[in-house]
Design a protein around this ligand. Structure first.
Ligand SMILES: Nc1ncnc2c1ncn2[C@@H]1O[C@H](COP(=O)(O)OP(=O)(O)OP(=O)(O)O)[C@@H](O)[C@H]1O
Ligand SMILES: [Mg+2]
Length: 261
């Protein structure tokens, strides 16, 4: 395996890199005749922010769903730190340290913001759950939702709901955070805040896998990009390389350029 040096160096980063944090081996997810994910292999090194670009329907969310074991896969394997979790249930994968946000916000409408965030600890270890009350205060502060902790999600703007989801995802201190369009519906200032939060989390050792349509945000935030089209990887490299890649240009110009979220 190749030894990849971190492009970004941070003082308290994870240090020298070797084995991947996550290994995706020839994963496919077919829905009947639809090959939503069609043979993806990739590796995520710890201590980086990875981005995934691709036109609508290219399989990005399905890949995230398979990675968390919420979406059943047709073939392939996922390994976290060398441990094959391909047959484990989603809650066990969450307990291993993979957390996510959803493209379409999924919050319990009849529970408060605070309770929704605490749900992110359901599969956490006893040690992590022990610090729950301090931890929930901390993540509410970080996401700017402390003042609305007693409010129910249906009374919140879409951008605020996304913040609550983000808080729920990080409360368990995941090692790998999967973010599916976390800034959709946010304005530029809010997007920048989320970008800054992602860099902070990186400094704390949280590897991230970000799906976004906002190419500028991807270039500004990510260390490396992947591009998908029709369920396959069509490019991987530095943000500059991927954005300029002919196959990526063609995927965007050929279709879906009008469908940026
Ligand atoms: N549960 C499902 N059942 C059947 N088909 C599905 C299902 N989920 C996704 N698909 C199909 O799989 C393909 C990939 O969808 P997916 O949501 O993963 O794309 P995406 O890249 O996340 O798109 P977007 O940028 O619009 O979010 C699409 O053709 C979609 O219609
Ligand atoms: Mg999607």
């Amino acid at each position: 395996m190749t030894q990849t040096q971190s492009i970004q160096s941070t003082d308290d980063g994870p240090g020298a890199q070797g084995a991947p944090l996550l290994e995706v081996r020839d994963v496919a997810v077919h829905f009947g005749g639809v090959k939503a994910v069609d043979g993806i292999s990739l590796e995520l090194q710890p201590g980086k922010i990875y981005g995934v670009l691709g036109p609508n329907g290219s399989g990005k969310s399905t890949l995230l769903g398979a990675m968390t074991r919420l979406t059943p896969m047709t073939r392939g394997a996922f390994l976290l730190d060398g441990v094959d979790y391909s047959r484990r249930p989603a809650r066990s994968v969450h307990g291993m340290g993979i957390a996510r946000t959803f493209q379409t916000v999924r919050l319990l409408e009849d529970r408060s913001v605070r309770d929704n965030i605490l749900l992110g600890l359901d599969n956490a270890s006893r040690a992590v759950r022990k610090g729950a009350s301090a931890r929930v205060e901390e993540v509410m502060e970080r996401l700017g939702v402390r003042d609305i902790q007693r409010v129910r999600p249906d009374e919140l703007s879409y951008g605020m709901q996304r913040r609550v989801e983000f808080a729920r995802a990080i409360i368990s201190r995941p090692r790998l955070l999967l973010l599916d369009e976390p800034t959709a519906g946010m304005n530029t200032a809010e997007r920048e805040e989320i970008g800054a939060l992602m860099r902070q989390l990186l400094d704390e050792g949280v590897t991230q896998f970000l799906v976004e349509h906002d190419v500028q945000m991807m270039v500004d935030t990510c260390d490396e990009l992947f591009a998908m089209n029709f369920g396959k990887l069509i490019a991987h490299g530095t943000p500059g390389e991927v954005v300029r890649h002919p196959a990526v240009q063609e995927a965007y110009l050929g279709k879906g350029a009008d469908r940026d979220a």
